[in-house]
Write a protein that binds this ligand. Sequence first.
Ligand SMILES: *Cc1c(COP(=O)(O)O)cnc(C)c1O
Length: 591
Amino acid sequence: MALYARIAGIPEPSVFHTNEGHAGFLGLERIRALIGEGLSFGEALEVVRAGTVFTTHTPVPAGIDRFEAPLVERYVRAGLLPGVDPADVLALGAEDYEGGTPDTFNMAVMGLRLAQRANGVSRLHGDVSRHMFGALWPGFDADDVPITSITNGVHAATWTDPQVRGLASSKLGTDDATACDWTSSAVTDAELWSLRRRLRGQLVDDARRRMTAAWAEQNPGAAAPAWYRELLDPEVLTIGFARRVPTYKRLTLMLHDPQRLRALLTDPERPVQLVVAGKSHPADDGGKRLIQLLVEFSQDPEVRGRIVFLPDYDIGMAQKLYPGCDVWLNNPLRPLEACGTSGMKAALNGSLNLSILDGWWAEFHADGLGWAIPSADTAGDAAERDALEAAAMYDLIEHQIAPRFYDRGADGVPSAWVADIRHTLAALSPALSAERMVREYVERLYLPAGASERAVTADGFAPARALADWVARVRTGWSEVHVAHVESGGVDASPHVGEELHVRALVELGDLTPDDVSVELVHGRPRAGEELGETAAVPLALESHELGRPAVYTGAVRFARAGAFGYTVRIVPRHPLLASDAELGLVAVAQ
Ligand SMILES: *Cc1c(COP(=O)(O)O)cnc(C)c1O
């Protein structure tokens, strides 16, 4: 990395952001370099962790790199990491936790162990990730697992059509379309609608051109059929969908009830047209078969021209596709879409979203910002779920979306639809732009990681050495740590607002000292099972610690609201260089 910085002429970085497990080897190389400077593996690990942020990107198991441990061992033994004990490397990726597979090297697990700070890419995905990786922090509730979330954003300058920026610039005084007041009457409904019609027209032209070119490529020397010139209609409600990766996106959910789809496409009063873009991996036969199904459907003379499949989905196509669609459809299997970005790019151009409440849409959907397809998470099986979700999608298109789109005033403008466009542009564009995302990464992860990195590397790594010693001592001594006894008073099972719960806990610390731990009162709402929800942790104060006797801790919590509550007392390691209570995965909870 030092070499890279020198070649690139930039200052040596102090914070490293590893996106998904593939980037994890970066941490190993840095450990190797630090060992070369005289640190032990444990000390080097603390330095690397302090300055590393890990982002997990998918809850789909196939998206996570896992190797047989002996394969990884072969390479680390071959001298790739001089001075590093292969056993230490293998331990970083080991699935040595409940539910893990022996002799497996998991790159995401290594990524998490090499980073002091970690995140998922939408609020829902953060929650899913805390459950998915929770076994790495045994004994902690999912809410305490130290994986936060920063919702993805998209690069507005790339993904906002020049015509949208042009309108912002001429009427709203800025060509930053994510930072202007789209609800202002300085842009009229007629102007916005005319913009949307131009964008749709541009997509229709682009689709005809691509389809004709694809036909020519497959049928050299022959002219494309005449109806290719009339594919799609620039005045018809246009729904877009695209899919690059397999299965969970459900490319063919729209074909679930072909009769119903046919009726929507050919409705004499309120027709709908579908533009589908896709790309299948050459080795993905399942994906190719789904595309084949769509292509066959789209060639049925009754519907042809109202549904097109555009092959070779890429960025150039996407830049016309998202702005040109009135509605952007996304129907993943919740919660497998970590964030999803195509719908964000559509929203930046005033396209309205129709999506399963997954990824970013789960946190941003609201009235007037498009439509949520309810997930049938509790359906009996996958087939029933597809049937229910497809039916809900057809219903929304038929009863809400098409009527709103075709409800025109005397001037031909659908004013309710345009109000939704304004609302989408004004409310969503700033929040979905990469600028917001980058600011969050800087403020919530990079700056704290930079501070941690400076703290552990000060004085020739003295704090890193002390931290590594402390971690080793706490891990060794932890089996002796437990909560021996808890007494409480002051409230009954259902406290009133303002009442105080008083707690006194006796704890055994073995060879550790009160300086090594935090004893906490954790309270919250009882949930199903043993878990507490909406928890808060209040540190208890050390009252006494006599040699040979349990330490005594006391404290109180004042209830800000009435109703059932639950609480427990727990002991966690405490050190100023830890970023969270759960960091070491060590906890002792009152039985
Ligand atoms: C945005 C984009 C994607 C990713 O879309 P998701 O909704 O995040 O799956 C894939 N391919 C292209 C060409 C894109 O522009």
